[in-house]
Design a protein around this ligand. Structure first.
Ligand SMILES: [Zn+2]
Ligand SMILES: [Zn+2]
Length: 153
């Protein structure tokens, strides 16, 4: 299926299930690995994971599209468009959308922190890398149970 076919499909579902036009862009994004789809609050565009189509077929992807269209139409009409909002839950149940998608911006997953601290055993010299500041008095060396000291990297 091409992006043009997906666009036409989303417009069709929007018309048939919501009675409203979809006026933005729908496209496939292969980098959405574990999630079915995504709605962009700034551009109002929708992205769909093409792997979902290959693995689960059109019926499941239609449910994902309906989920994203719930975000889309509720957001554009100023109603509760988030997963926990009653408006969203009601509309999702009404159109038979999938219950899951990627979290919206603001509920984004935590970024991966770099290591910034090092705990060093005063006795055996063993080093432990840490991402956050910790109180070295609360820990002991895992190898020799010696006292640790903390240094910034
Ligand atoms: Zn969602
Ligand atoms: Zn040690």
């Amino acid at each position: 299926m091409t992006n043009e076919q997906l666009q036409a499909w989303v417009e069709q579902i929007s018309h048939d299930s919501f009675g409203l036009p979809f006026r933005h862009r729908a496209s496939f994004n292969r980098r959405l690995r574990t999630t079915g789809g995504r709605y962009f609050m700034k551009s109002h565009d929708i992205e769909i994971n093409p792997a979902q189509l290959e693995v689960y077929g059109k019926e499941e992807v239609e449910r994902i599209i309906k989920h994203e269209l719930c975000h889309y139409h509720l957001h554009l009409s100023g109603r509760g468009y988030k997963h926990g909002d009653p408006d969203f839950k009601r509309l999702l149940a009404q159109v038979g959308g999938s219950r899951y998608c990627q979290g919206l911006p603001g509920t984004a997953k935590r970024r991966v922190l770099p290591y910034r601290y090092k705990l060093t055993c005063s006795k055996c010299g063993m080093e432990y890398l840490r991402k956050r500041k910790v109180d070295p008095a609360r820990y002991r060396c895992g190898r020799c149970a010696g006292p640790l000291r903390l240094n910034a990297l």
